[in-house]
Ligand binder design. Structure first.
Ligand code: ADP
Ligand code: MG
Length: 360
């Protein structure tokens, strides 16, 4: 069983460079999610690991072996794609058994593996059915089951839930989480553009952007301490509010001036070390803006739009200076467009980023 190590992986298609030097170590048994916007290179990275795409430069190791030149079939990898590509004329059982039959495995061994995979994915009652008589979620589970029967050391998923409707996506996401629990020694890499899938499935998330890694960390590390504005905005919904701010220094005291507030940051050594008058961005999540009264208000804004979700209402406010913020207010609020709303926040929930976008 194997971990995976990527060292300075670069990939170009002709003159177009799409991966610019990816470094990453994945431990055996880890569930790692590659997340990022469409076109940032996630699938290319996954296909390189699978051996379906050549590496332009860099080193790819599975276990302790450099596999740059090893053909896909010899890498101990199974891959599941967005399109499940099942054989329509074969039963679920035969779809799952087919690859093993082709490889010449004995019938009894095939049967054991297919039944174990079917059991793991709750497909046992459907083994005799044709794919056309299954729901989309069940079909994707068959495709996953087919990969499970190969008993791979490394399991790769490329947006496997994208073709499913919302309810099936949640159910199949849970199946994949329990599959990981049932195969604790199998390394899993899962590609998605959906930060909710990343947050719910990953031991560690790798955030990709334009062919580079922006940050690697556990879901809560990324949520609580994003290292740059890109990650701050990409992880979490609605995206983190970003408000222009300025550092003001007077003798030994440092303040941030932000939306009419003066916030003493003398104790934040990394901020206090920066130059006077530095322009920066203050970030605050929507759930960290709380309703306030005239006396306690620290931010005031006019309602632009609101979304009632039942347990919370997301209110979008124009706070002036062409800045808008989203606040997650508890329960069902019914603000009208143009209403003034008063909010407060804890300084501890503020994030600061320099003009280069990096966390301070
Ligand atoms: P993602 O999976 O993150 O959406 P991809 O890895 O599929 O992104 O693509 C990354 C970039 O590489 C995109 O700009 C895409 O157009 C380009 N690309 C992917 N495959 C090829 C290819 N075979 N030939 C040329 N360009 C490609
Ligand atoms: Mg892709």
């Amino acid at each position: 069983m194997s971990g995976i190590s990527l060292h300075q992986i670069k990939k170009s298609f002709g003159a177009v460079s799409v991966l610019h030097g990816i470094d990453l170590d994945i431990s055996k048994g880890e569930f790692v999610v590659f997340v990022g916007p469409s076109g940032c290179g996630k699938s290319t990275m996954l296909r390189i690991i699978a051996g379906l795409e050549e590496i332009t430069s860099g080193t790819l190791k599975i276990g302790n072996t450099v596999v740059n030149e090893v053909p896909p079939g010899e890498r101990g990898i199974a891959m599941v794609f967005q399109s499940y590509a099942l054989y329509p004329h074969m039963s679920v059982y035969d779809n799952m058994a087919f690859g093993l039959k082709v490889s010449g495995m004995a019938k009894g061994d095939i049967d054991t593996r297919v039944r174990r995979a079917a059991d793991m994915l709750q497909l046992t009652p459907y083994l005799d059915r044709r794919p056309k008589n299954l729901s989309g979620g069940q079909r994707q589970r068959v495709a996953i089951g087919r990969a499970v029967t190969r008993d791979p050391e490394v399991f790769l998923f490329d947006e496997p839930l994208s073709n499913l409707d919302a309810a099936l996506r949640v159910a199949t996401r849970m199946e994949i989480a329990s599959l990981h629990e049932a195969m604790p020694d199998t390394t899993m890499i899962y590609v998605t553009h959906d930060q909710v899938e990343a947050m719910t499935l990953a031991d560690r998330i790798v955030v990709f952007n334009a062919g580079r890694i922006e940050q690697i960390g556990s879901p809560m590390e990324l949520y609580d301490t994003p290292q740059n504005l890109f990650v701050a905005r990409f992880i979490g919904s609605p995206e983190m509010n970003v408000i222009p701010a300025k550092l003001q220094k007077k003798e030994s005291r440092s303040d941030i001036v932000m939306a009419g507030n003066i916030i003493d940051v003398t104790d934040r050594t990394s901020l206090a070390a920066m130059a006077d008058n530095l322009e920066l961005s203050a970030g605050i999540r929507a759930e960290h803006l709380y309703p306030a009264t005239e006396e306690t208000a620290r931010i005031k804004g006019k309602v632009v739009h609101s979304e009632k979700l039942g347990e919370v209402t997301i209110v979008y406010l124009d706070i002036g200076g062409s800045t808008s913020v989203a606040a997650k207010l508890p329960g069902v609020a019914s603000p009208r467009k143009g209403d003034e709303i008063m909010l407060t926040f804890d300084n501890a929930n503020l994030h600061f980023f320099g003009s280069d976008g990096l966390r301070i």
